[in-house]
Unconditional design. Structure first.
Length: 156
């Protein structure tokens, strides 16, 4: 997949996240009802913490270091100790969207040769910046579908 196409897909996913999550912010009743939904709040909290891990300890590390070691992400650890686990839903949404905006800026500014830089993943060996972004896009599709379903259930 071309870099330009990856950026466009990533931006498309961001727009969907932004649209869905801003519906929550614009609807205090829905936000309040979801705020009491511990499962959805936990999912968004975990998603935001995982995104932080991917951006800060994988993507940025690959750009700044030569073949850095990339440990696996432990979702169970993040569920217990992640920085977003105790935050209100509005704060989680804000942090998630801000991180995405910053990543989009980074993707646009990144020289083409940096997309091929690699890190050494604990389980998979060498993995490129480009592949990590592609995987984020792929996982986003599943997460967006789950989020849409959760919002439809809450809204009915």
């Amino acid at each position: 997949m071309e870099v330009r196409e990856l950026i466009e897909l990533f931006e498309g996913n961001f727009k969907q996240y932004n649209q869905l999550l801003n519906k929550l912010e614009g609807n205090p009743y829905l936000l309040q009802s979801l705020g009491s939904n511990a499962e959805l709040q936990e999912k968004l909290s975990l998603l935001t913490d995982i995104q932080d891990e991917i951006v800060d300890f994988r993507l940025k590390k690959i750009i700044s270091e030569e073949h850095p070691y990339l440990p696996r992400i432990n979702p169970e650890h993040l569920k217990q100790y992640g920085i977003h686990r105790q935050q209100p839903l509005q704060k989680i949404i804000l942090d998630f969207l801000q991180q995405r905006r910053a990543l989009i800026k980074l993707l646009h500014a990144l020289p083409l040769e940096n997309w091929e830089r690699t890190g050494v993943h604990e389980d998979e060996g060498h993995i490129s910046f480009k592949e990590l972004v592609r995987r984020m896009i792929e996982k986003d599709r599943k997460i967006l579908e789950e989020l849409k379903q959760a919002l439809m259930v809450q809204h009915t």
